[in-house]
Design a protein around this ligand. Structure first.
Ligand SMILES: [Ca+2]
Ligand SMILES: [Ca+2]
Length: 207
C-alpha cells in the first residue's frame, strides 16, 4: 500500500470567474474537495484555512488570488498538509447608465459636460466602475474618452455622447446619451439670429 500521504488527493490550483455561481457579485462560491484512497476515505477529514482562519469547504472566494492551506486527518491522526490557490477573475461587464442632459453654453459660446451629469447610476459587480465620456456614438474601444467634453456654438441642438464604464479588471461597456445644447438665455433674447438657429435645429429634430 502507498504511504498515507500519497493516499490523499488535495484540491489543485483552480481558476474561476465571478459569474460561475451567478452574476451580480464580486465573489464565487467554490466547493473544496479532497479525496482519499478507498480504504481510508470514510475517515478522512480535511481542515481548510485562509490566513490562519478556518473556512468551510464550501467557501465564497473574493476576486484575486487566495491561498488555501489544507490539513488532512484520518481517524483524528494528522496525515498530510498542502496548499493551493483559488484565482477568481471578474468576467462581468459593468453597466453604463445614462440620462439625457441639457448643456447651456456660457457667454463665450462654450458649454462643458461632465461624466457626473451624464451618469445615471452606472454600476459594476466589483465596485464603482471608472466612467468617461466622448462625443458621438462610440464602441468601447473608441477614441477620445475623457472626464468631460465641451460644445461650441456650432453644436447647438441635439448631440450624442457615449458614456463608457470600465471595471477594475478592464471589462467595458458603453451607453449613449442625448445631449441638448442650448444658447445662454441672454443670447436668445439679444440676438434674433441665434434664436432662429436654435429654432431651426429644433424643427429639424422634431418637425
Ligand atoms: Ca458570483
Ligand atoms: Ca465587472
Amino acid at each position: 500500500m502507498n504511504s498515507p500521504e500519497s493516499a490523499i488527493q488535495f484540491p489543485a490550483d483552480v481558476q474561476v470567474t465571478t459569474s460561475a455561481d451567478g452574476t451580480g457579485d464580486c465573489t464565487v462560491e467554490v466547493a473544496l474537495e479532497a479525496t482519499a484512497a478507498p480504504g481510508i476515505a470514510s475517515e478522512l477529514s480535511v481542515v481548510y484555512s485562509v490566513n490562519g482562519q478556518v473556512i468551510p469547504s464550501q467557501y465564497e472566494f473574493p476576486i484575486g488570488v487566495t491561498t488555501v492551506q489544507a490539513s488532512a486527518h484520518v481517524a483524528s491522526t494528522f496525515i498530510a498538509s498542502s496548499s493551493f490557490t483559488v484565482t477568481v477573475a471578474d468576467d462581468e461587464l459593468p453597466v453604463a447608465r445614462t440620462q439625457p442632459v441639457t448643456v447651456t453654453l456660457n457667454s463665450s459660446g462654450v458649454g462643458s459636460l461632465t461624466v457626473a451629469q451624464v451618469n445615471a447610476g452606472s454600476t459594476d459587480n466589483c465596485g464603482a466602475p471608472i466612467l468617461e465620456i466622448a462625443k458621438g456614438n462610440l464602441v468601447t474601444t473608441g477614441a477620445g474618452f475623457a472626464n468631460s467634453v465641451s460644445f461650441g456654438a456650432a453644436e447647438i441642438g441635439w448631440q450624442t455622447v457615449t458614456l463608457r464604464a470600465t471595471d477594475a479588471s478592464g471589462n467595458r461597456s458603453v451607453q449613449t446619451a442625448s445631449v441638448r445644447t442650448v444658447l445662454p438665455p441672454q443670447w436668445v433674447s439679444r440676438s434674433p439670429h441665434w434664436g432662429v438657429v436654435n429654432l431651426e435645429q429644433f424643427v429639424a429634430t422634431f418637425g
